[in-house]
Design a protein around this ligand. Structure first.
Ligand SMILES: [Zn+2]
Length: 278
């Protein structure tokens, strides 16, 4: 089912261009507004994944509660253009168990619904420090398998165009544990393959879209993890059997200082006036 079939990917171009105008040339040169994204996604889905699909723990498994308004969760019949890497700004726990991972998802959902006032958990996917991948927002798993896009609440003004992966932990100075890193690679490879996205340009950090120097600035996904995104893109391309080339640098140069002005500096704003849902 589609929440709003009247709005096509192409119909969003003006809106997205408007967002870009305020956000700089961050994605200039990317396949960001590729009009054939939907066709690519359908082709990818129809042909089946070329990469191994990672074990995805469903909402039923972690015992999610239903959205406040299930009909308010929009499922669009097109692929997202970007995969956004986040850190959750949560403690760097050493509890790597599956039970902890499920509790993490429940805690995050509660926080997003009761403190942020959103319809449901914001992100489409969550990865615990133990490397467990979990479904986030309602119907995300089914939508991904179909090449569709559930609109989340994870990056201000870009939620129509992007799918968010929340990584448990805080990665300003530390890096994710190996299990989480490898799960992130596998997840990105699966998403890029399913949606027909080029990993070198489609994988971005939250700060690439809510940039330093703007009112929406964020440190997310942390300076340390952000510096690893070029490596992530290469390793995802390798996992997909694609040419790696000379890699793609990050859009934002240098570290984001702790004095970055933002209402949610560490994790960053997840919704904005251009987003259709919360
Ligand atoms: Zn973020």
């Amino acid at each position: 089912m589609t929440g709003d079939t009247g709005r096509s990917w192409m119909g969003r171009r003006g809106l997205l261009s408007g967002a870009l105008a305020g956000g700089a040339a961050v994605v200039a040169g990317n396949s960001f507004l590729a009009p054939d994204a939907r066709a690519q996604a359908r082709t990818g889905s129809a042909e089946g994944c070329r990469v191994r699909r990672p074990r995805l723990h469903t909402r039923e498994e972690w015992r999610a509660v239903p959205p406040t308004d299930p009909h308010g969760v929009l499922v669009e019949p097109f692929a997202p253009a970007l995969i956004v890497v986040h850190h959750m700004d949560y403690p760097n726990t050493t509890d790597y168990s599956l039970e902890h991972a499920f509790q993490l998802s429940r805690d995050c959902q509660y926080d997003h619904m009761h403190h942020n006032g959103w319809n449901d958990i914001g992100q489409q996917l969550t990865i615990s420090r133990g490397g467990f991948l979990m479904e986030g927002r309602y119907r995300s798993a089914k939508a991904i398998r179909r090449g569709d896009h559930v609109i989340g609440a994870q990056v201000a003004n870009w939620n129509t165009a992007s799918l968010g992966i929340e990584n448990e932990g805080t990665y300003i100075t530390e890096l994710p544990p190996d299990a989480q890193w490898h799960a992130l690679i596998a997840t990105c490879a699966w998403l890029c393959d399913t949606y027909g996205l080029p990993p070198m340009t489609a994988i971005v950090g939250h700060r690439d879209l809510n940039q330093p120097g703007t009112s929406l600035a964020t440190e997310c996904p942390g300076n340390a993890l952000y510096k690893q995104l070029p490596t992530l893109r290469k390793q995802v391309a390798e996992a997909m059997g694609l040419p790696v080339g000379d890699g793609s640098p990050n859009h934002v140069a240098g570290d984001v200082p702790a004095s970055t002005p933002s209402r949610e500096r560490d994790h960053g704003p997840a919704t904005g006036p251009l987003d259709p849902t919360r």
